[in-house]
Design a protein around this ligand. Structure first.
Ligand SMILES: [Zn+2]
Length: 303
C-alpha cells in the first residue's frame, strides 16, 4: 500500500487525458479513445510568437514541455484516417470507400517517415507531425463545404513547425528536408486558398479557427501575411532571380491589402499589422538587393 502511494507521488502531473467516451472511426469502424490536453493550472505558459505566427510556450517546472499542436487532429489508430477533430465524423458516406481503400497507402507513407507509430500511445512530436500529414491527405475526401484547402494550408505549416522541433531534437535525421517540404506545401496551399476565395470556388464558411496556431485566430489577414512570410522563406528554391523579384512583388501586393482597412480592431490586432509592415519593408529591401546584385553581374560579365 505504502509502495503504491509512493508511486502515485512520483508520477508527473498529467498534461493530457483520454476522453471517457469512445470515438468510432467513420471509415473502418474501429473504436478508440481520444487524447486531449488539459487546460488551466499553469500548464501553458506563453512565451512569444514567431514571425510565422507560431506561439511558443515556456516549459513549466511542474508539467514539463507542453505542445498544444500535437492534439487537434484525431487519427484512427487502425486505418490512419485523420482530420481536425471537428470534422472527424463529418466525412460523407459516398467518400468513405475511397478513404478506406487508401488506408494502406497512408500507413506506408507514415511508416516510411517515422517507422511504426502507434496512435493509441501518448502523443509525441512524431505523432503530431504525422497527424498533420494524414490530415493534408484526408481532406481530399471533403468537399468545399469543409474549406478543405484552407485546412490543408494550416496543417502544412503546422507540420513544418513540428518537423522543426523534431530536427532540433534529432539533427542527424532527415527532418530538415521534411520541414522544407511542408513550408513549400503551406505556401502553395495558401496561394490556392486566395485564388479559390477570389473566384468563389471555396469560402471560409467551413472553418472556424484559421489559426495558424491554436492560440489565436488571425483570420483572413493571417493568410495574407503568411503568403508574404512564406514567399520569403521559400525563395531559396527559385534560382531565376527575375522570378524571385516577381514573387516578392506579388507578395508585397498581397500583404499591402492588410493596411488600407483602418486601425487595429479585435480581428486585426496591431501586433499583426506591425509585423506586416515590417515584412513589407523587408520584401522591398530584398527586391532592391537582388536588383543591385543582378546589375553588378551584368557589368562584370565579359564583353
Ligand atoms: Zn479507421
Amino acid at each position: 500500500m505504502d509502495q503504491e502511494m509512493d508511486q502515485e507521488n512520483d508520477k508527473k502531473p498529467l498534461v493530457t487525458f483520454y476522453l471517457k467516451n469512445t470515438i468510432t472511426c467513420p471509415v473502418c469502424g474501429m473504436e478508440f479513445k481520444r487524447e486531449e490536453m488539459m487546460t488551466g493550472r499553469g500548464r501553458l505558459i506563453t512565451k512569444g510568437i514567431t514571425k510565422e505566427l507560431r506561439r511558443y510556450y515556456e516549459p513549466s517546472k511542474v508539467y514539463g514541455k507542453v505542445n498544444p499542436l500535437l492534439y487537434p487532429v484525431t487519427v484512427c489508430p487502425r486505418c490512419y484516417f485523420g482530420v481536425l477533430h471537428e470534422d472527424f465524423d463529418k466525412i460523407k458516406p459516398q467518400n468513405v470507400a475511397n478513404a478506406k481503400a487508401a488506408s494502406e497507402k497512408r500507413l506506408a507513407v507514415i511508416n516510411r517517415i517515422f517507422g511504426t507509430l502507434d496512435f493509441r500511445q501518448t502523443r509525441e512530436l512524431k505523432h503530431g507531425a504525422a497527424s498533420y500529414i494524414l490530415a493534408i491527405d484526408c481532406y481530399d475526401y471533403f468537399d468545399k463545404w469543409a474549406s478543405p484547402t484552407m485546412k490543408k494550408a494550416i496543417c502544412s505549416i503546422r507540420a513544418a513547425w513540428l518537423f522543426n522541433d523534431l530536427e532540433m531534437e534529432n539533427p542527424l535525421d532527415d527532418y530538415g528536408n521534411m520541414q522544407n517540404h511542408f513550408y513549400k506545401k503551406a505556401h502553395d496551399f495558401y496561394k490556392v486558398v486566395l485564388i479559390k476565395q477570389e473566384r468563389g470556388e471555396e469560402s471560409f464558411d467551413g472553418i472556424k479557427h484559421m489559426g495558424p496556431d491554436t492560440d489565436f485566430n488571425y483570420g483572413y489577414d493571417g493568410i495574407l501575411y503568411l503568403v508574404g512570410v512564406l514567399a520569403m522563406r521559400n525563395s531559396y528554391l527559385e534560382k531565376d532571380k527575375l522570378k524571385v523579384i516577381e514573387d516578392f512583388t506579388n507578395a508585397k501586393k498581397i500583404v499591402s491589402k492588410m493596411f488600407g482597412l483602418g486601425k487595429a480592431s479585435k480581428e486585426k490586432p496591431s501586433l499583426l499589422l506591425d509585423m506586416a509592415r515590417e515584412l513589407y519593408d523587408e520584401l522591398s529591401e530584398k527586391i532592391e538587393e537582388i536588383k543591385v546584385t543582378m546589375a553588378g553581374q551584368e557589368t562584370s560579365s565579359p564583353q
